[in-house]
Design a protein around this ligand. Structure first.
Ligand code: TRP
Ligand code: ZN
Ligand code: CA
Length: 453
């Protein structure tokens, strides 16, 4: 019961505009256009393109802070981090502590070599498809001659910092991510071979790629890409092409690092290498800078492999390349294009003090459920909006109250955007705006309404 005090009801002579079909995708925002997948790229290139958008920059300072810690660990333990020495287990515990704090599930695998206990550290990032694993590894042991900062504190630290970046980003890739730090590589790939040999056969085929990083900061660096799995190789080449830095195929000979046991059982492998005891040629110095006629790492396996034995530029680029490959090869779950508007412009008359009417709106081409914050834009012309009860009805019939009636709400029109948690509703289907006028004398119509996904 109300008094109609607000003048003559305005008579709409508005002609019905277009047919009330959803305008799917036409009103996508600029952001969604920018993230649209390239259409015709081969799979490897597409994953690389996605990684270019998604992979974080790995802070060089963080990688170098890990090198400083490994250097201190060596200094406190007789000058090395070699298999069977205290400095090795201390290195494992340093890396493990960081990973545990970041939310990884870590496992220490023990083995015996040369009468001493060795350790592999394996860290799983929870989530992703357990039948599709992307594994990244680096050996954590040094030779006994020194601290092993380039060989292989560099790869170990870049791998660690990439894992920590995964945690910082709360990255949720399609594939499962596993990281490993190998023991006793310097005794002949002992730890990685032990891991592969003890991996159940069924689990081998789940590892869709193994990425190896051994020596990433050589002081007279080269930029070498392992010539193995073509997709992994292309991912690294794409990264370096993006920087405008030429690469070469790794030619120091296969079998010199921890990718070998994986490769030998048919797992796709790849990796990066900045060079060891081979000599940089004049042509290589021409394209990469540095000193020709000198080893890539003159301190390889020597006591001078300290924190001074690192080229920051090479370590920085290679660390970013590790993250680029981890992201690009594991398949970030694509963000659904946000901001697509489905709208109907068909007028629906609302009978005065009568039965509810509905206006249908078909949503198609979406995957999964509706958003937790589904925006419902309503444009109802009416001479006393307090008469109106307005619901959003999901395709399965579930109703969400947008607005209740109110005898004191005498304003015109319902022109508003409501937010509904519709995450339990399938996105696709026929949605309805349901409107009922529950009091006599004032009237109106649904002018248009829309859903923004
Ligand atoms: N850790 C390896 C080693 O001591 C370093 C190395 C030398 C390497 N040549 C390589 C790693 C080629 C990868 C590829 O032998
Ligand atoms: Zn090494
Ligand atoms: Ca009325």
């Amino acid at each position: 019961m109300k008094l109609s005090v607000h003048g003559v009801p305005h008579i709409s002579v508005r002609t019905a505009v277009t047919a009330g079909l959803a305008l799917a995708g036409l009103l996508a925002t600029g952001a969604s256009a920018a993230t649209a997948a390239p259409t015709a790229a081969p799979a490897g290139q597409r994953s690389a393109a996605a990684a270019a958008l998604a992979a974080p920059d790995i802070p060089l300072a963080n990688v170098k802070a890990h090198l400083t810690q490994l250097s201190s660990i060596a200094a406190a333990n007789g000058g090395n981090r070699a298999h069977g020495r205290a400095g090795y287990l201390a290195s494992v515990n340093y890396v493990k502590g960081k990973l545990d704090a970041a939310g990884f599930t870590t496992t220490v695998q023990q083995f015996t070599s040369g009468g001493a206990t060795g350790y592999n550290l394996v860290a799983d990032w929870p989530g992703g498809d357990p039948n599709q694993v992307i594994m990244t590894g680096s050996h954590l042991d040094s030779v006994t001659a020194g601290a092993g900062i380039n060989d292989n504190g560099s790869g170990s630290s870049a791998t660690l910092e990439t894992a920590l970046a995964v945690a910082r980003a709360n990255y949720q890739p399609v594939k499962h991510l596993r990281f490993a730090w190998w023991g006793a590589e310097e005794l002949g790939l002992v730890g990685s071979r032990y891991y592969v040999n003890n991996l159940p056969t069924a689990d081998r085929s789940k590892i869709k790629g193994y990425l190896n990083f051994d020596m990433l900061g050589s002081p007279n660096p080269g930029y070498f890409v392992y010539d193995d799995d073509p997709t992994i190789e292309q991912t690294f080449k794409d990264f370096y092409a993006g920087l405008g830095v030429p690469t070469e195929i790794e030619t120091e000979g296969d079998g010199r690092s921890d990718h070998t046991p994986f490769k030998n059982v048919g797992i796709p492998v790849g990796g990066l290498f900045a060079g060891a005891d081979y000599i940089k040629t004049a042509a290589q110095a021409q394209k990469w800078g540095g000193t020709s006629g000198q080893a890539f790492d003159r301190c390889y396996h020597s006591s001078c492999d300290t924190t001074a034995n690192i080229n920051d530029t090479a370590l920085d680029r290679n660390s970013d390349a590790v993250a680029y490959a981890v992201w690009g090869l594991s398949g970030e779950t694509p963000e659904p294009p946000a901001g697509t508007v489905f709208e109907t412009l068909t007028d629906v008359a609302i009978p005065d003090n009568g039965a509810a009417v509905t206006s249908p709106l078909t949503v198609s081409g979406r995957t999964g459920n509706a958003p937790t914050a589904l925006k419902v834009g309503v444009d109802i012309k009416h001479t006393w909006r307090g008469d109106l009860v307005v619901d959003l009805v999901a395709p399965d019939g579930t109703a969400y109250r947008l607005k209740a009636s109110s005898s004191s709400d005498s304003a015109d029109n319902v022109i508003a955007t409501y937010t509904v948690n519709a995450s339990s509703e399938a996105a696709n289907g026929v949605w309805r705006l349901r409107v009922q006028d529950i009091a006599s004398s004032d009237t109106g119509y649904i002018d248009s309404w829309k859903l923004t996904f």
